[in-house]
Design a protein around this ligand. Structure first.
Ligand code: SF4
Length: 205
């Protein structure tokens, strides 16, 4: 199962975000992967990842997936399994960009105004944990990036792994979590609302 970032189906937008020549390189790589069966053989999934260029919410995952499918097929005959849309989490470099451009407050307002309680049951931190290189446990990759480990010191390391305790642990949250709960929600698996239906459909396929 491969997951590949392709922030737009248009060359101009990809090269502006990622640098000159990145789009063509990505197209070449996707063609090779298609030739190997990825994105075509049901056992060789090839998911593409979209994230907005700036401080906006991603569009509907379903609608954008249709656009990607049509455009990449028409232009290059490229096939893929599923599009994943991700909301930019306001930490690290992206948070720095927001501060420099004076858009930090505006972006947090956008995220909190779009808070969707229906996303909460499917949040990544409710169903998985992240492990760093030396075995410490984190509620998610974002908390790992922020160096905020699991709150309970008794299960903070993989050597203390205890499923029941971890399932019922308190999760470290802060305002960056608003990116996961805005609109249709966001996770490494894409939108969160309607996820069960999407998973059921995929499993059926
Ligand atoms: S950023 Fe917050 S809400 Fe999102 S997965 Fe991590 S802990 Fe959960």
């Amino acid at each position: 199962h491969l997951v590949a970032s392709l922030p737009c189906y248009l060359e101009e937008n990809v090269d502006r975000q990622r640098g000159d020549g990145v789009y063509q390189g990505s197209v070449d790589a996707l063609r090779i992967l298609n030739d190997l069966g990825y994105g075509i053989d049901p056992d060789l999934s090839l998911d593409l990842v979209y994230n907005p260029v700036g401080p906006t919410l991603p569009p509907s995952q379903e609608t954008l997936e249709e656009d990607y499918r049509r455009e990449l097929d028409d232009r290059f005959g490229i096939r893929f399994t599923r599009l994943i849309t991700i909301t930019n989490t306001p930490i690290g470099q992206f948070l720095g960009d927001l501060k420099r451009s004076g858009k930090r407050g505006e972006y947090f307002d956008l995220l909190s105004d779009a808070f969707n309680p229906d996303t909460v049951d499917n949040l990544m931190c409710r169903h998985q944990i992240s492990v760093n290189w030396n075995g410490f446990l984190f509620d998610c990759d974002f908390n790992l990036a922020l160096r905020k480990p699991v709150i309970d010191p008794n299960v903070r390391h993989i050597s203390d792994f205890d499923l029941e305790t971890l399932k019922n642990r308190e999760i470290y949250t802060d305002n960056h979590c608003l990116a996961c709960t805005a609109g249709a929600g966001s996770s490494c698996g894409g939108a969160l609302v309607g996820k069960e239906e999407a998973m059921a459909e995929r499993n059926h396929e």
